[in-house]
Write a protein that binds this ligand. Sequence first.
Ligand SMILES: Cc1cc2nc3c(=O)[nH]c(=O)nc-3n(C[C@H](O)[C@H](O)[C@H](O)COP(=O)(O)OP(=O)(O)OC[C@H]3O[C@@H](n4cnc5c(N)ncnc54)[C@H](O)[C@@H]3O)c2cc1C
Length: 308
Amino acid sequence: MHDLATRLQQYAKVETNVSMADYTSFRAGGCARYLAFSEDEAALIAVMREVQEAGVPYYVTGNGSNILVRDGGFPGVIIKIADGFSEIRTDGEMIVAGAGALLSTIAKEAARQSLTGLEFASGIPGSLGGAVYMNAGAYDGEMKNVLETVRLLDPKTGAIREAKVEELELGYRYSKLYETGEIILGAVIRLQTGDPDEIRSRIRDFTERRTTKQPLVYPSAGSFFKRPQGYYAGKLVQDARLKGLTVGGAQVSTLHSGFVINIGGATAADIISLMHLVQARVKEQFGVDLEPEVRIIGVEQGESDSLA
Ligand SMILES: Cc1cc2nc3c(=O)[nH]c(=O)nc-3n(C[C@H](O)[C@H](O)[C@H](O)COP(=O)(O)OP(=O)(O)OC[C@H]3O[C@@H](n4cnc5c(N)ncnc54)[C@H](O)[C@@H]3O)c2cc1C
């Protein structure tokens, strides 16, 4: 593993035993054995080659707004799609952006160019890569509706291809990339020319709705659970009288019961225990299975070892 750090450092800035609380919006969780900051495609391909030759686990992150790392940490390499991937270029009604560009910045640029279609994404605190991977959406909008093509890297072969959006089979918080493991390098977004005042007003409206209805002053990963078919997760949690339920530093938000928040010093174990409690009570009362939308990775406390 020490060798691996040296090898990775040829291509990327690498931090060792770094707390992922600093790199995730939950501000909680364990350490990455290695965190590699990938700044361009060639370096990313080289990092992936080294990681696979070493046979260690890896995980790709964007802005860390939908990830929780268990307290025992991630015993391998977390690859952060870093600032080098944040280019945003407008070409008529199309926006070409790197996977590391923030959705909010792309939405702002679209508004500046009087392009409509991406207003829904202005308050989603993720990167373009994370948003494509999860098919992020809000207020009746979703990435599926605005993407044209996506630039993908096959981490096993280093091959790059442009995929049409249909190939990604985007669905509710789902993409085919969950199975293929391809890494998003960038995407082309197709928008329409619109009225600048209307675009700005829609963004203002969505921002207002978020700031009044979501507990944005606390660290979280947004809506914790996926929407079960025919229900709203937040409503089920509220009807089960779980608002304010607290485990350690983790709490079901009293403002929006779909959110689990870090009220201070939460461990990943607190968050996961609270998740299990909520799941059990909702199942008991309504017979509905709640599945986390948040991606939970890494090992439990005490399990991290062999690669250290
Ligand atoms: C306050 C708040 C509000 C939110 N509101 C919304 C909302 O309205 N709608 C919504 O959909 N989500 C929402 N989210 C969740 C989150 O912002 C989105 O899911 C976002 O798309 C995740 O992007 P990210 O860059 O942070 O991804 P990360 O959290 O870094 O990663 C998420 C997943 O994407 C994968 N991934 C990331 N980048 C790449 C890449 N380049 N290639 C391959 N895989 C990649 C990761 O492996 C991981 O599985 C909210 C979160 C917060 C904290």
